[in-house]
Design a protein around this ligand. Structure first.
Ligand SMILES: [Zn+2]
Length: 204
């Protein structure tokens, strides 16, 4: 069985002499480099700094899967700056439930019109049961639609408009890859990031 913990280890978990051994004389710009942190099961769980990554690896709380082309010198030996690390244990992390918004609907529907399957960044929100018929603003009643389909459907239900939904709209599953949303991908991270995420980045 894997040990399951609720939080990532922090610098506070180690005594200051541990920290000093690892961190003496590291150049600052490399210490801040973003490092992709994978859970034991290879699912991204966090982005940390080069500094944190080096400490985690030195403490054997993580293994390095990929390195930046840079080395820093500690008092003991040269250390590579990791670009991807994998934790040595499983971290169980509750992902916040998602609030409904334009962006979230587009992400759930993979930037695809749910009527004609057009993939575009020019999407609108469509209420499946229209607002005018008291359709609610919920995950189950809101989909991404291109403006042509939205215009065509107007204030009608799909049945009335003789239009079919690609799939039944649902509340999306919590998505662990959301931690990557505000970061630009770097090459060593890509093998650990599902294709759809990269696609969404490109279209946006
Ligand atoms: Zn469409």
């Amino acid at each position: 069985m894997y040990q399951v913990v609720r939080a990532l280890p922090t610098d506070k978990d180690m005594v200051s002499s541990d920290r000093e051994q690892v961190l003496v004389s590291l150049p600052k710009h490399l210490l801040g480099a973003p490092v992709l942190v994978l859970n034991l099961n290879y699912v991204p769980i966090n982005i940390c700094t080069g500094r944190r990554a080096i400490v985690l690896v030195a403490k054997e709380k993580a293994e390095t899967l990929d390195n930046y082309q840079a080395t820093i010198h500690t008092v003991r030996k040269p250390v590579n700056i990791p670009s991807v690390i994998r934790l040595a244990y499983m971290v169980k992390r509750p992902y916040a439930p998602r609030k409904i918004s334009k962006k979230e609907i587009f992400l759930r529907d993979q930037y695809t019109c749910q009527y004609c399957t057009l993939k575009t960044s020019e999407l609108t929100l469509d209420h499946v049961i229209p607002r005018i018929q008291r359709g609610p603003h919920t995950w189950e009643n809101v989909v991404a639609a291109c403006s042509a389909c939205n215009l065509r459907k107007a204030g009608r239900t799909p049945l009335e408009a003789n239009m079919r939904l690609l799939k039944e709209p649902r509340i999306p599953q919590p998505n662990p890859y959301r931690i990557l949303e505000n970061y630009s991908m770097i090459d060593p991270w890509l093998p650990y990031v599902p294709w759809s995420m990269q696609e969404a980045e490109r279209i946006r």
